[in-house]
Design a protein around this ligand. Sequence first.
Ligand code: AMP
Ligand code: ZN
Length: 471
Amino acid sequence: MQIRLYNTMTRKLEEFKPITPNHVGYYNCGPTVYWDQHLGNMRAFLNADILKRMLLANGYTVNHVMNYTDVGHLTSDEDTGEDKMEKGAARENMSVWEVAAKYIKNCERDMASLNILPPTHAVRATDHIKEQIELLQKLEKMGFTYEIPGDGIYYDTSKFPDYGALGGQNLSELRGGARIENNGKRNITDFALWKFSPKDAKRQMEWDSPWGVGFPGWHLECSAMSMKYLGDHFDIHSGGQEHIKVHHTNEIAQSEPIVGKPWVHYWVHWEWLLLKGGKMAKSSGSFWTVQGLIDKGYDPMAYRYLVSLGHYRQPISFSMESLDAAAAGYKNIVRKVADLMNDKSGDIDQDLYQQWHDKILAPVSDNLKTAETLVVIQDLLKDKIVNNATKFALFGFIDELLGLQFIDRATKLHELESETAPENIQELAQKRLEAKKSRDFATADALRNEIDSLGWTVMDAVDGFKLIKKQ
Ligand code: AMP
Ligand code: ZN
């Protein structure tokens, strides 16, 4: 099936053509692990997962690399401010290494709760210092670097004529708007490749290098690690839209002089999750996490469904109301899948299966239009021609494509519904039925509440009552 992706570099919707037939090399910029990842971060990783699942459903193998930034990301995103990791360590009274281990573990847990497929390579910046130093040495040899004494080694962006192409800006425009800076940089856009440790304080994370003890600049890790795991040229690189003008622009500047142009064939950027009109951000201190949702009784799939209702190039406003609406929509589909499970007699109709399979896959393959696929799914559920066995089999494919775990949740619902209530609950339900028959509604209501508080829901049925265990 034809795949189209919006390429930030060309600002066009393009047909996807892989470098190697049937295979995709894919790098998605991962999290800085100084704190829990919030739902905004998770939206980015969910989008990456949808992209990857779409490629898999189209028969590609995918070598997917995601980095964990555990050093070098300063609070300003430029090259000033505190190191986010050291800041996290001070906040938690732990070593930087412990903070990184803790938040990588939490991130893996939250990704698993959202049914995000693990990357082929989840790689840490601190495990690739050697590769980063080697890359810097190459850039140095080619004359792209200079030293700011007492500060670090910087990349001279004026030496790279294509600088800013990803963000649609050229160097003179970028310089034109620049403030006069007094920190020794030759150009406002120059960035650190290596930062020296401060003379008066020992950093927890620092390494020897040909230039002195210090640590790599934030952008270097993604160039070095993607080249290591995906080769000099690869198909797709993605990340949050805020990476276009600085982080990815700098990655390109570090890589293309070495490997040639184009380093990456398709650049894909995710829009944000908003909270009260602004970007949900760790720095604001007010954010939601996946674990927070679970603790409040939400199924993480409700959030995955909410994200699938949007498009990755449009912001999504998060609120409890939008989450509740998504949760209700999600449960509604689960209910219908559970009904299919109750009666999936008949043989799978291969022709109809293939037709619907393609109808489901087409919108996602067309620049990840998951919301359109969700509409097709509603049409499938309503369809009168397709039999239940075929519909159910298609949900197997839908789960692989969208990762929404409909069958898993429907199975659980089914189990809950077929569980026999213990005797004391049955007795209460019997008493309630009798109270209702004698029109003693106050007692009937009180008994319903009692049953409810014991974890069961009583429903009226033709032959008396039905008891369903609450989720
Ligand atoms: P960070 O840990 O801040 O480096 O962010 C990791 C990833 O999450 C990056 O790709 C960011 O673009 C993304 N991200 C951060 N905040 C949001 C948000 N509110 N909505 C969507 N993506 C976000
Ligand atoms: Zn990156």
